[in-house]
Design a protein around this ligand. Sequence first.
Ligand code: ZN
Length: 182
Amino acid sequence: MKQLRLLLTISLISSMYGCASKLQVLPQSVSDCDKTSITFDYKTQPNDEWVEHLNKSISAANQILSDNDFALACSNTWMTNKRGNSASKVCEQLVCGGNTVVQVGFYDDPNSAGIATTGMNDRVMRFNTAKMNQGSGTPGNIIHEYTHVLGYKHLTNFRFIAQTSVPYKVGYLADKYADTDQ
Ligand SMILES: [Zn+2]
């Protein structure tokens, strides 16, 4: 039984490498497209600290979204909750959106584990002002929320379960790029 399990593990790993050898290159329609550039339209004006925090993060987020290395890494990322699209299509929607205005609001909830939320009906991105030090309004958080603006969801907020979904996978990837840029 143990040997069988070992064999299964080996064939699983080799099939994973099989996938890895088929890594896609970025199509020209994505590398040369009108890159997403997000601007925020504040429904309520935040304080100076938040304005400064978000200005920095939006400019970093836009840099990441216009980076072809990010688009390529995104296209080659395995993720769930893709609304029937391929990863390449999801990433194309993400990086080829052109100038995009996002409505932004705020809430203050120190007791919530959530750092931000985006209304699936009104598509308003709302940041939890109590959670600036826990990652609210970072480039990765903005890009996670932006996938919600595009209609992508995770069915639960428990990270352990949700982390393979488009919003989390793309947000984590953006975090990696934000770290290397600094
Ligand atoms: Zn989310």
